[in-house]
Design a protein around this ligand. Structure first.
Ligand code: PLP
Length: 358
């Protein structure tokens, strides 16, 4: 038996004719940067979230940096980021010259929470970048409260395409939501890509210019920008995949509920509306690596998200203080296979193998 962590070959085989058509269309059209294909994907992906608009860019990391820059964050500004996330959340803050301040997370949900934001807040704190980790949404009323308290909020939705919280979409509470289209994401390109979605036309306009050399007109540059555009070819592939995203998301939710029925509170918990980019088990007592090795022996692929908290990463340690909840979780989390095409029997086989080890 082999149960892959994420079987992109199977997913791509299921829509192969659509991907081939997308490729043929771009090659025949001869426009490889920008154009109608990018614009229509931007409109469709924003609309899928009920948000006013969006701008494609080169990666999820760039999306965060572009949104932060559009909000005029820079040197002297502190931006709170959670200790349990991919390093890009903090990198983006550093890239605009602001200071990422690493805060601990809730010990159970592993999401950034008001208590830990308050613990690191100083008079220089200007913004928060909550991460919808694993596709579990940070309660949007916390984001409302941070904004009401004068902070800017950019939601890191790199793992949270189409996620909702109590009927509200990601991006509804922050000034912007930033997505990644890294291939393994819930909506993945066949390469890198990212997206800034927002209800704020001025922010979108600023991001549109910043991603394209700060350009107002072809050779008029208002500001120093980036070269961070979503390739036309990637926009075409993403447009081919987008009609399937809601169905894949429902399947991820089916798979997650099957895991929850079998493994219960051994899993990092979620609320309704989560989109399950990752399905994460906690293995306490220093046994995580042994359990991972035993599952590997049984043909079950797993991952670890993330094995090192930001507070312990060499790149970000200088902006950190101890974050015991995230640091403990880093030694316990084990991501189980999560893929919309997993059957209930696959999930049962993984759960049985896990339970044998616990
Ligand atoms: C939480 C989080 N933030 C940011 C990113 C950065 O996205 P990208 O890899 O597209 O730059 C990722 C994904 O890799 C992520 O998981």
């Amino acid at each position: 038996m082999t149960i892959r962590f994420l079987d992109l070959d199977r997913l791509h085989a299921s829509i192969r004719a659509d991907l081939d058509r997308a490729y043929d269309g771009v090659v025949a059209g001869g426009q490889f940067v920008g154009g109608a294909t990018v614009a229509s994907f931007e409109a469709d992906f924003a609309a899928a979230h009920g948000l006013a608009g969006g701008i494609g860019c080169g990666s999820g990391t760039d999306a965060l940096a572009l949104a932060l820059r559009a909000l005029r964050l820079g040197p002297g500004d502190e931006v709170v980021v959670p200790a349990m996330t991919f390093v890009a959340t903090a990198e983006a803050v550093a890239h605009v010259g602001a200071t990422p301040v690493v805060a601990d997370v809730d010990p159970v949900t592993l999401l950034l929470d008001p208590e830990h934001v308050a613990a690191v807040r100083t008079p220089s704190t200007r913004a928060v970048v909550p991460v919808h980790l694993y596709g579990h949404v940070v309660p949007l009323d916390w984001i409302d409260a941070w904004r009401a308290d004068g902070l800017a909020v950019v939601e890191d939705a790199a793992q949270a395409h189409l996620a909702t919280w109590r009927g509200r979409t990601v991006g509804d509470a922050g000034q912007a939501a930033c997505f990644s289209f890294y291939p393994g994401k819930n909506l993945g390109a066949l390469g890198d890509g990212g997206f800034v979605a927002s209800n704020d036309p001025a922010l979108l306009d600023a991001v549109r210019r910043l991603r394209d050399h700060g350009r107002a007109e072809k050779y008029v540059h208002d500001t120093v920008g980036w070269c961070s555009r979503l390739d036309t070819l990637q926009a075409a592939f993403l447009s081919a995949k987008l009609p399937h995203l809601a169905g894949w998301t429902k399947d991820r939710q089916r798979v997650a509920e099957a895991y929850r029925a079998a493994l219960g509170d051994r899993l990092v918990p979620w609320e309704e509306g989560a989109v399950h980019h990752l399905l994460v088990l906690r293995v306490p007592d220093g046994r995580r690596d042994a359990v991972q090795a035993a599952l590997r022996e049984s043909g079950i692929e797993t991952g670890i998200h993330y094995p090192v908290a930001l507070s312990r990463q060499p790149a970000t340690a200088r902006w950190s203080r101890p974050c015991p909840n995230a640091e403990r979780a880093a030694g316990e989390v084990l991501s189980l296979p999560m893929d919309p095409f997993l059957s209930d029997d696959d999930v049962q086989a993984v759960a049985d193998a896990v339970l044998q080890q616990l």
